[in-house]
Ligand binder design. Structure first.
Ligand SMILES: [Zn+2]
Length: 213
């Protein structure tokens, strides 16, 4: 072993996809492969330096059943139970799937980020105004928010559970705040002009489509 390294030094690492699970593979100056399932459900494999990736990956695959069982047990312990028999909605459509809270949150975030560029172009075109920054985050208390002086718009990742027009509506609502900071009569006049269908979308957003845990 070289002088400046110890067994905790990560020489290099990469991620490996085991079905829906992302496994972090780290190479270190250690003697044996170790596999850890952490309390948040993440999986980390440490392998001796210069072991081939192919070998490590087949080792992970051979432990698939064990990893799944261990992971479910870990997540159950920390309260992140699988959403069994609960319908998951994506863009307003029902899917029957079993996802953990974290997996669902990252799925919605990724979905929203994928849809966003087109929505930004369309809605900024309609409103003839541009935000400087569009950001997304997991917000359960609101669909979006706007900081007019910074021209920054936040959107909730929960919008990915609803029909796509709801995202358009919320984006337009927030863009209208760049003209009118408050929910004044002028604000609603703008909303009526830019997105006449907004009331129907507002109703759609009242459905409890985002799963509760
Ligand atoms: Zn508003």
């Amino acid at each position: 072993m070289r002088k400046f390294y110890n067994s905790r030094t990560v020489l290099y690492s990469y991620t490996f996809q085991l079905n829906s699970i992302v496994v972090l593979i780290q190479f270190k100056y250690i003697k044996n492969i170790t596999l850890r399932v952490k309390s948040d459900g993440s999986v980390v494999v440490s392998a001796p330096a210069y072991t081939s990736s192919k070998y490590v990956e087949s080792y992970i695959q051979s432990k698939h059943t064990w990893i799944m069982a261990k992971r479910n047990a870990m997540l159950a312990k920390t309260g992140m139970y699988p959403i069994t028999n609960q319908q998951v909605y994506l863009w307003g459509e029902k899917h029957s799937t079993k996802l953990h809270k974290q997996e669902l949150e990252s799925l919605y975030k990724q979905q929203l980020l994928t849809a966003l560029p087109k929505v930004i172009t369309t809605t900024q075109d309609i409103c003839q105004v541009q935000a400087k920054e569009w950001r997304v985050r997991n917000m359960s208390s609101r669909w979006g928010s706007c900081i007019p002086n910074k021209k920054r718009i936040w959107l909730s990742t929960h919008l990915a559970a609803y029909p796509p027009e709801c995202l358009t509506y919320v984006a337009i609502h927030e863009l209208c705040h760049l003209y009118e900071a408050n929910h004044s009569a002028q604000f609603y006049a703008l909303l009526d002009r830019f997105y006449p269908d907004w009331k129907r979308c507002k109703q759609l957003l009242k459905q409890p489509l985002y799963p509760t845990f």
